[in-house]
Design a protein around this ligand. Structure first.
Ligand code: AGP
Length: 632
């Protein structure tokens, strides 16, 4: 019994290490009438946010040529022999690992013993060591330490007796774990195979060929027609055809979705970084998120929410789940749902929720918030909630993503593609959706009167222009970045609806500048963090004027000043008190208290950005981070 317990623990540990080291990658595949390499390179560059430790290419042209190396895609291109990579069909991969094992051998694509099968993979093969042992007994020779390579050899093994497609299907039946795969076979160069289980994968239909990729931005230059693959599906693509099967070989029907994201939307459009572009896109993103949902002085969610009036009246609690920035949005949502719609609301990290036994009453709504819709923990938590009979709703930015497929209702944030690893416009559009839902719930449940609802609608309509004015007046933000970019620590303090904004401001700074930052409810400062304050410590106060805690925050500012700390305050235009006390005041326009969080986060995003820029950081691809966390 004890031995068994330890075996399980060891296995879990091994898997957790494996998950950290071998995943979070981008894959691209092309087959068509054009040279494959330019398509693969440009597609992969648009996926570099998913992984940038190493990259590689396979071209299928009678035989398979693989060239790969460590480094970012530009560096890899300089190291490999590109003249060998000529052909009309190919696969490409960019890899992400937090530490160790960044070697040329471990870079993808991987091949079988005879170099007839090439494979690119995002995900984790959980039973890879058992499979590897069996394959070694059958005399297969492995060249890398990756879990991925076992799939190439497993397909090779089945291919001894079966055709390419059947070999892939049979191999995948033996594989446990998550995968988004691109597979090629030298003996059938007119075909690529894509396969998915619990890792994002799309197939693109273009005029000059077909594509596969981990994410939409990879393909926007070539097509806006996509098929979102489902778990345990295999797509067989040729230059003119797409066929989808289950692992038993049964043909499946599929839907081609046309997306109206422009190629330009996924490019930098003159900005130095995607993060900056996306910060500046917020007025437009919020306009698009509220557009069509505000009609004749009312909030309308048509069918997307999938809740009847009766169900809204009966909601007895809401559980909001998410990770990282999306979790911060959930905290703002809790404040609004409880304060205005009077619905008891709890916020949980998706990663915790999935491993607990949360109490879900019959009228509990579980709402998942996710930019990508592919965060593994959030998907798993949502599935868990569904299994326990809860009604599920997702707030998501990516159409057709996994989270949206397991939810009963989906409300899309219309932020457009978010490429910068640090989430910005996705966050403010998430807050916008939560605010609109608050209006809807408050109206239906009659917790606010008509005048209050009217004021809330008026307030959100003004937000895009107000954000534009914050963006225009960034002088003091840039000044603070100049003065304090060499500090090594900072505190972010806020209260009420702006406590999550303190957390978000600190997270942004950590992510892109690598400066240590902590967010706290301002009143908690005296219970510990105050010990850290001295003349080296910048303290950012989110202190818009409100009837609740404004005077208390003024007191907290005094406490920091009395200990020599540097105060940067976000205050409401016209505030005369704060500028007297703070070293720097950054003003945001007057708005309703619940909306102040949407405005207050913008200067904090800019502050993090400008500090990181002054430090010369790789802002769109911060070290150790990945845009889409598809592993636990
Ligand atoms: C945000 O800046 C982060 N990169 C990260 O915390 C992110 O919000 C988190 O991984 C959740 O992602 P999701 O919204 O796509 O689910």
């Amino acid at each position: 019994m004890l031995k068994n317990h330890w075996t399980i623990l060891r296995k879990q540990y091994a898997l957790s290490v494996l998950k950290v080291v071998f995943d979070m990658c981008g894959i691209v595949g092309y087959i068509g009438n054009k040279e494959a390499m330019p398509v693969l390179v440009s597609g992969l560059k648009n996926l570099e946010y998913r992984g940038y430790d190493s990259a590689g290419f396979a071209i299928i042209n009678k035989r398979i040529i693989i060239e790969k190396d460590i480094g970012k895609i530009d560096d890899v291109q300089k190291k490999i022999n590109a003249s060998l990579l000529k052909g009309f069909s190919g696969l490409a991969h960019c890899r992400w690992a937090t530490h160790g094992n960044v070697t040329k051998e471990n870079a993808h694509p991987h091949a079988d013993c005879s170099n007839k099968i090439a494979i690119v993979h995002n995900g984790i093969i959980e039973n890879y060591s058992e499979l590897k042992e069996k394959l070694i007994q059958k005399k297969h020779v492995f060249r890398s330490e990756t879990d991925t390579e076992v799939i190439a050899h497993l397909i090779e093994e089945f291919h001894k007796k079966l055709g390419f497609e059947d070999a892939v299907k049979n191999a995948l039946k033996e594989v446990k774990g998550s995968y988004a795969l691109g597979v090629a076979c030298a003996e059938e160069p007119g075909k690529l195979i894509a396969a998915r289980n619990e890792s994002p994968l799309i197939v693109g239909k273009g005029k000059n060929g077909m594509f596969l990729a981990s994410d939409i931005p990879a393909l926007l230059e070539y097509t806006n027609k996509f098929i979102y693959m489902h778990d345990k599906e295999i797509a067989v693509i040729t230059k003119d055809t797409i066929n989808i099967f289950d692992l038993e070989g049964k043909k499946k029907s599929f839907k081609i979705s046309t997306l109206n994201w422009s190629k330009e939307a996924a490019e930098k459009g003159g900005f130095k970084h995607f993060m900056l572009k996306e910060i500046y896109e917020q007025p437009r993103a919020i306009t698009e998120t509220i557009d069509e949902r505000l009609k004749n002085g009312d909030v309308v969610f048509e069918k997307e929410l999938n809740l009847t009036d009766d169900e809204i009246l009966k909601i007895d609690s809401i559980k909001l789940i998410g990770c990282g920035t999306s979790w911060h949005a959930a905290l703002v949502g809790k404040f609004m749902f409880e304060e205005l719609a009077k619905i008891p609301t709890e916020v949980e990290y998706a990663s915790e929720f999935r491993y607990r036994n949360p109490i879900l009453k019959p009228n509990t709504i579980v709402m998942a918030i996710s930019q990508s819709g592919e965060t593994a923990d959030t998907i798993a938590a949502l599935k868990e909630a569904k299994k326990n009979g809860a009604k599920t709703i997702s707030i998501c930015n990516v159409k057709g993503s996994s989270i949206t497929r397991v939810s009963d209702g989906v409300v899309y944030t219309r932020a457009g593609p978010e490429i910068g690893v640090a989430s910005t416009k996705a966050f403010t559009t998430q807050l916008t959706v939560l605010y609109l839902l608050t209006i809807l719930f408050s109206k239906k449940r009659k917790t606010l009167n008509d005048k209050q609802i009217k004021d809330m609608i008026y307030g959100i309509r003004k937000i895009p222009l107000q954000i534009a004015s914050v963006l225009n007046e960034d002088f003091e933000v840039v000044n603070c970045a100049e003065l304090y970019h060499k500090r090594t620590n900072s505190l972010y303090l806020g209260r009420g609806v702006n406590f999550p904004i303190a957390l978000e401001g600190a997270l942004k700074l950590k992510e892109v500048s690598y400066i240590h930052a902590e967010g706290y409810p301002a009143a908690e400062m005296k219970h510990g963090p105050i010990a850290l304050i001295d003349e080296h410590m910048p303290v950012v106060f989110i202190a818009p004027h409100d009837i609740y805690t404004y005077s208390k925050i003024l007191g907290n500012i005094e406490e920091v000043k009395a200990r020599g700390g540097i105060v940067i305050a976000i205050a409401t235009e016209g505030d005369k008190e704060i500028p007297k006390k703070a070293d720097h005041t950054i003003f945001i326009p007057k708005t309703l208290y619940t909306l102040s969080s949407i405005l207050a986060v913008v200067p904090l995003q800019l502050l993090a950005y400008h500090i990181a820029d002054k430090l010369g950081r790789t802002i769109d691809q911060p070290k150790n981070l990945a845009k889409v966390v598809t592993v636990e």
